[in-house]
Ligand binder design. Structure first.
Ligand SMILES: [Mg+2]
Length: 392
């Protein structure tokens, strides 16, 4: 069996361009699909995949680790930068899809079979609709409560929110009290039976991350995400040491070596590798095994498209320390027109049960993708009141 071509299909989905990877083999009808979506880097990713394709065409797609090593190590630069790691990831997903299809089994069967009956999904407030999740002002605590109630009404038992505002390196008490009011309103709205996550989006400095974590500790969050920049790993570790709330981080790390440092510093209780940024299923499986040795759980970052979600679910079905699957469902109304998948989703509880389709179990409708061609992503630019740049 040989790889004939490695191509990309770009699909504009409002906030991001989904980048799908299509690998065609010389076996009639046998193709693999992956995803390499990277916001604001769409042209770079498409180019990086084209660059990597010269290493792959003519090779046997079932030699996944051999090809992964080639993509990581050949051409000198290694793949631990975000663009190349994402390109490798998209290709890696498509290779696993091909291997599963060639053997007629879902990917989780290739990794030792199911370790659980279902994977639990969690949503973003508003189901991933940009205006609700990113755009609800933090001084509107009541609105946070309403959106939390809607998530539970939609069947979710866990959801993520963003009540920690954009900020300068040191802030006064006002944003801290605003965040606390939002979390109090959400807890009041849904009770103790629903899990609430807070994503700081790495907006705070290490010290402010600690201040917010302390203020929100009494609300028993399921996890508190990215309390400060990943570059300040010691700062993240200090937050984790200071509070009992589980700290989650890792969506911007893209190699086992970065996660090794995070784990050695005991900086988080939950790591969030992004399967489409962190070298694909091959590298994320290695990262998860390493985390397991530290007693750390894995909850992959996944606000992207449907192939990324399918990969996270297949990975979760076979990974013992996998915790929960991030998923968005209301980012664009035509999501389900692009991809059909083989999983069964139980709406009450938003549990995903395995399907019988081979590989990643996704079928892509290329004619539908063609209706949503590339568009430049909306710029996201954030400034403090004095005009200085802050994190979005
Ligand atoms: Mg995040």
């Amino acid at each position: 069996m040989k790889i004939v071509s490695v191509e990309t299909r770009v699909c504009h989905a409002r906030m991001r361009n989904w980048v799908f990877v299509k690998i065609t083999t010389d076996q009639p009808g046998l193709i693999g699909w992956g995803e390499a979506t990277l916001e604001w880097h769409t042209r770079s990713i498409v180019g990086a995949i084209e660059d990597l394709s010269v290493l792959l065409v003519g090779e046997d797609p079932r030699r996944i680790e051999y090809l992964w090593q080639m993509m990581y190590r050949q051409h000198f630069w290694h793949s631990n930068g975000i663009v190349r790691a994402t390109a490798v990831a998209g290709i890696d997903l498509a290779l696993w899809d091909i291997l599963g299809k060639s053997l007629g089994v879902p990917c989780h069967e290739l990794w030792g079979g199911r370790v659980r009956d279902y994977v639990r999904l969690y949503c973003h407030l508003g189901g991933g609709k940009m205006e609700d999740f990113y755009g609800t002002p933090v001084d509107e605590a009541k609105r946070f409560g309403e959106l939390a109630r809607q998530a539970v009404e939609a069947g979710f038992t866990a959801f993520k929110s963003m009540p920690v505002p954009e900020q300068m390196p040191i802030e006064g008490v006002r944003p801290v009290k605003a965040a606390e009011a939002c979390v109090a309103a959400m807890r009041e709205a849904v009770g103790d039976g629903v899990d609430i996550m807070v994503d700081c989006h790495a907006r705070p400095s290490p010290q402010m991350g600690l201040v917010f974590a302390k203020a929100l500790e009494p609300y028993n969050l399921y996890f508190f995400e990215e309390p400060c920049w990943p570059e300040h790993m010691d700062g993240i570790a200090a937050v984790q040491r200071a509070v009992k709330t589980p700290i989650a981080t890792g969506e911007r790390l893209c190699s086992q070596f970065a996660f090794k440092e995070l784990l050695e510093k005991r900086a988080a209780s939950i790591i969030q590798p992004d399967i489409t940024h962190c070298g694909g299923l091959s590298e994320t499986r290695r990262v998860a095994a390493m985390a397991n040795a530290y007693g750390v759980a894995v909850a992959p970052h996944n606000p992207q498209g449907p192939v990324s979600t399918a990969a996270s679910i297949e990975f979760g079905l076979a990974t013992p320390n996998y915790l929960i699957c991030e998923a968005v469902h209301q980012d664009v109304p035509w999501r389900d027109d692009i991809v059909s998948w083989g999983f069964r989703v139980e709406k009450n509880g938003r549990r995903v049960y395995p399907g019988t389709r081979a590989g990643l179990g996704v079928e892509i409708n290329e004619a539908e993708i063609a209706k949503h061609p590339f568009e430049q992503e909306l710029p996201r630019r954030s400034f403090a009141p004095d005009g200085s740049v802050v994190d979005w």
